[in-house]
Design a binder for this molecule. Structure first.
Ligand code: C5P
Length: 232
């Protein structure tokens, strides 16, 4: 699986998204569509961005009973996305059902990755509110192992967790990592951040970059800088 930079298109309308993507006249970046944009515009936004030639990571983080997730995944698969995700907390059975639903008649399917514990969940809250007594690192590794067991391709995690996930699940197990900032850039609300170069060194397969590109004075130059540092 090749290394790539995924731009988080966290816009609330198709217009803002296309105004942004129109700036890219030479390259066709891999883009992430999240809940905000998908719920605002529906499946047509996926079809339109796909028609423009971009690869798409549809970040909807499914979590429901296995049968419902299987059917929902089958719909997402027919949208021809390249990558999508779910919550590993839905159990191995739910993840297996997701793989089933996502797989097309010809046996191919989009890359499927799991969210282990959200980076917004602290160890203290996980233990006190969710009553998970293990450490957050052990929980992340166990959920990643469950995802592998269910036949998923990898997990979303902080770049700082990518090494431990690779150690537990193998080099081929994909890590998709947000929380990326340039060494000389604004951190914003992200807490544990790394640069694209550092994410490469740690072993991330895909970095997800939002505001450092979308809010840059020159988004195309910022994207190219990410690619240069991360892919080389
Ligand atoms: O703007 P920024 O680079 O912080 O955007 C990061 C993107 O990655 C956002 O779409 C955010 O929702 C997503 N993300 C994250 N941390 C996670 C999972 C997803 O920042 N643990």
């Amino acid at each position: 699986m090749g290394k790539d930079v995924i731009i988080a298109c966290d816009f609330s309308s198709a217009k803002d998204t296309f105004d942004f993507l129109d700036k890219f006249t030479e390259e066709k970046p891999f883009v992430k569509i999240g809940m905000e944009l998908y719920y605002a515009e529906g499946p047509s936004i996926v079809r339109e961005i796909k028609k423009r030639g971009h690869k798409i990571f549809l970040d909807l983080k499914l979590h429901d009973i296995p049968n419902t997730v299987k059917k929902a995944m089958s719909v997402l698969s027919s949208l021809d996305v390249d990558m999508t995700n779910l919550h590993a907390a839905g159990t191995v059975d739910m993840m297996k059902a997701a793989v089933d639903g996502l797989t097309k008649e010809d046996g191919t399917r989009p890359i499927l990755i799991a969210v282990t514990q959200l980076t917004s969940t602290s160890e203290e809250r996980m233990q006190n509110e969710l009553l998970i007594n293990a450490s957050i690192n052990d929980t992340i590794v166990k959920y990643a192992e469950n995802a592998k067991l269910a036949g998923l391709d990898g997990v979303v995690c902080s770049p700082l967790e990518a090494g431990m996930v690779k150690d537990a699940c193998g080099k081929q197990f994909v890590t998709v990592t947000p929380g990326v900032r340039f060494a000389d850039g604004e951190v914003g609300d992200q807490v544990r951040v790394t640069t694209p170069a550092k994410a490469k060194e740690i072993g991330s397969d895909y970095i997800v970059v939002g505001r450092p590109v979308t809010q840059a004075a020159d988004p195309v130059a910022a994207y190219r800088r990410c690619v240069e540092e991360f892919v080389g």
